[in-house]
Design a protein around this ligand. Structure first.
Ligand code: HEM
Ligand code: HEM
Length: 184
């Protein structure tokens, strides 16, 4: 099949949301603190935890704004590709949007259920607004970690698919998100 170049890239706003979010998610993942509760909430890890919470909360707010902005500023028309590939790519996008919302929400719920305050770096302290349920909170914290891992896996495959489109199929999927890669 001859690939067809999409003439329209994503808007500057969509590209800004996309790449800032990708960067923040990557750094949030890299600075995440694991291990037992005593380690996560130790004095030694308070900077990493605070940074992780700040970045994660920012991702949540950016994603909420992005989903609203998307109504008024929709993606460009899809690049021509087989139907199954188009459906799969839309599915992956919605899985990513869902993960970007539920990963931070699961963390807020887990942290509060465990009886801890939120301490996003530089933004003070947000005491629990729900009743303590330590076992539930700890299970939810584990689920949060798995959701964080899932974002990295799905986004990694999604990024690899974008590179496959660019270098193998030679279509305009990647250049829609990185217009400066377009051939002159
Ligand atoms: C997209 C955003 C986020 C990603 C990708 C992410 C990712 C992760 C990952 C992978 C872990 C597990 C670390 C490990 O076991 O080595 C983790 C743990 C944690 N995250 Fe996040 N996180 C995000 C947002 C947040 C937010 C918004 C908060 C708090 C408001 C938060 C608080 C925590 C806490 C407290 C832990 C330790 C959980 C435990 O095991 O008890 N995270 N995060
Ligand atoms: C944490 C990392 C990432 C996340 C959460 C993420 C998320 C998303 C989401 C939700 C969309 C759909 C945008 C919309 O419809 O408004 C999208 C589109 C896109 N992303 Fe990512 N992405 C990430 C990393 C990457 C990387 C590393 C690449 C390239 C190597 C990439 C390339 C693209 C491209 C080319 C599109 C447009 C695809 C199309 O229109 O079919 N993304 N991304």
């Amino acid at each position: 099949m001859d690939s067809v170049r999409a003439d329209q890239p994503y808007s500057l706003l969509s590209r800004g949301f996309h790449w800032v979010t990708a960067l923040l998610v990557l750094v949030a993942f890299l600075v995440s603190v694991g291990g037992p509760e005593s380690r996560i909430y130790s004095q030694q890890n308070s900077f990493s935890l605070g940074l992780h919470e700040l970045l994660g909360l920012t991702v949540f707010i950016l994603t909420a704004l992005r989903l609203v902005a998307r109504i008024f500023d929709p993606p460009p028309p899809a690049v021509e590709m087989p139907g199954w590939m188009h459906s799969l790519s839309r599915l992956v996008h919605w899985v990513l949007f869902t993960l970007l919302i539920i990963t931070p929400l699961s963390a807020i719920w887990a942290v509060w259920a465990e009886g801890h305050a939120l301490t996003p770096l530089g933004l003070g302290t947000l005491s629990p607004m729900i009743a303590k349920a330590a076992d539930f909170g700890s299970t939810l914290a584990d689920i949060h970690g798995l959701l964080g891992d899932a974002i990295m896996w799905v986004a990694g495959l999604h990024g690899a698919a974008a590179l496959y489109h660019h270098f193998w199929l030679r279509d305009a999927v990647l250049t829609a998100m990185v217009p400066w890669l377009r051939p002159k």
